[in-house]
Design a binder for this molecule. Structure first.
Ligand code: UDX
Length: 448
């Protein structure tokens, strides 16, 4: 492989994508500079504490700081001047109409441009944030040129490389992606970034696909919308299975998944998808498509099925318990999935809102998301200190997130602690054979 003397990489934004990207580069021996406009977050990162829970990230961060390869700086200019490539990893939240808010992208591009104005060496700017097709070309490029007074392609390079990492396995996903996509403004920018990735991955490089900027942007939306479609599809099958005696959606998913054309992953039925990506990206794709004059029917249904799916848990609770007024309902799991403290768009939030509207008293517990929930949520929820504390005196328990810790609970635990042992298994983590004879048990996708 051609030797490539990279001075270092910089990231703008120290969220999941930015911080994981920077610390993974550092782990491979590169210098990485991180910048975040939120000084509180930056201070946490500097002291070796990631601002969110992510397995293996804290040790990578601490190692990087100890080796002085990782620096979280207060000046974006310094980050750009001391490195050869800058990854834009800032948030692209949803606006009220579902479209994406590009404020952080544009501010970052403006600031990076100002730094580029002071730089004579070639530098490549890479958009890693999820943005709709056309954004890098029509919004980022003009902003960079305006504040740098330079010309894209001639004076600096521009690429867009979507990020496919999953929360909870972000570090592993970054080291071992299925593929890397490079959307490039011109060949020089693409060649440069491909070299960066080839050096990062070494001998075992994943396939690296090169395409134009808009295609790179679209690959990300199409991938996330397809995965979300798989989930809503299996949830729809689950809802049908529940109405047929003897059917279990897990068995059906297994039978489907072994067909190599379908594949086994993302066919786990549950209470719907949440998190910082799928809901936002599905909404953005709908809005983008509508803006082009095309009504995207499948993606809209994916969204609608998902909106209803969390409420399925409350419907099941009402079927089994009757009126929920003044009933104590225990929620096991607040995070949108296990191994993360992230509660953004989590099904638990819709469930809590609906339970409170039914007049229930809600107790909740999550192994990682308690402080986040207490800080953000504005609901009268009783926060428990353990799963057993959460189910204590409850009239009904809903398992929302499939944490390992919850899988260890057995029927006797529920019998000993609950007022009335009614368990709604929203992620089908228990064996119905073991639970059914001993307590009232219902699971998503499980017929009577
Ligand atoms: C997702 C994409 O997978 C990733 O490629 C992209 O970069 C960001 O968005 P993430 O949101 O971290 O990653 O989590 P993911 O593991 O994909 O799960 C998303 C949601 O789908 C979770 O709420 C999860 O519980 C749900 N899900 C996932 C299911 O309900 N069933 C499944 O089979 C898989």
């Amino acid at each position: 492989m051609e030797f490539f003397n990279l001075r270092g990489v910089s990231v703008v934004g120290t969220g999941f994508v930015g911080l994981v990207t920077a610390t993974c580069f550092v782990d491979k021996g590169y210098v990485a500079y991180a910048y975040d406009s939120n000084h509180e977050k930056a201070e946490m990162v500097r002291s070796g504490r990631p601002p969110f829970y992510e397995p293996n990230l804290e040790s990578l961060l601490k190692k990087g700081l100890e080796r002085s390869l990782f620096k979280c700086v207060n000046s974006l200019e310094e980050a750009v001047l001391k490195t050869d490539v800058t990854f834009i990893c800032v948030g692209t939240p949803s606006k009220a109409d579902g479209s994406i808010d590009l404020t952080y992208i544009e501010t970052s591009a403006e600031e990076i441009g100002k730094a580029l104005a002071k730089k004579s060496d070639y530098h490549v700017v890479v958009v890693k944030s999820t943005v709709v097709p056309g954004t890098t070309q029509n919004r980022v490029k003009p902003q960079l040129e305006k504040s740098s007074h330079k010309v894209t392609g001639k004076d600096f390079g521009l690429c867009m490389s979507p990020e496919f990492l999953k929360e909870g396995s972000a570090v592993n996903d970054t080291f071992n992606p299925d593929r890397v996509v490079i959307g490039e403004y011109d060949k020089k920018s693409g060649d440069f970034l491909e070299k960066v990735f080839l050096n990062f991955y070494g001998e075992n490089s994943p396939p690296i696909l090169r395409m134009n900027l808009a295609s790179g942007e679209m690959v990300k939306y199409a991938s996330n919308a397809f995965l979300a479609t798989k989930i809503s599809f299996i949830n729809e099958i689950a809802n049908i299975c529940e109405r047929v005696k003897g059917l279990d959606v897990a068995e059906i998913a297994k039978g489907m998944g072994l067909d190599q054309r379908i594949g086994p992953r993302f066919l786990q039925a549950g209470l719907g998808f949440g998190g910082s990506c799928f809901p936002k990206d599905v909404k953005a794709l709908i809005s983008f498509s509508q803006g082009l004059g095309y009504e995207p029917q499948i993606v809209k249904s994916v969204f609608d099925v998902n909106e209803r799916q969390a409420i399925r848990a409350v419907e099941l609770a009402k079927q089994l318990v009757g009126s929920l007024k003044d009933k104590r309902v225990a929620l096991l799991g607040l995070a949108f999935k296990p191994d993360t403290s992230d509660i953004r768009e989590a099904p638990s939030l819709k469930i809590i809102r609906n339970l409170l509207a039914e007049g229930a008293v809600v107790a909740a517990y999550d192994p990682a998301a308690m402080s986040e929930a207490e800080a953000i949520l504005d609901y009268p929820v009783e926060y428990a200190v353990s799963s057993l504390d959460c189910i204590e005196r409850a009239d009904c328990c809903i398992v929302v997130t499939e944490w390992e810790e919850f899988k260890k609970l057995n029927p006797e635990d529920f019998l000993a602690h609950m007022q009335k042992p009614v368990v709604i298994d929203g992620r089908k983590i228990y064996d119905p054979e073991k639970f059914r004879g001993k307590l009232v048990y219902a699971a998503v996708g499980l017929g009577e």
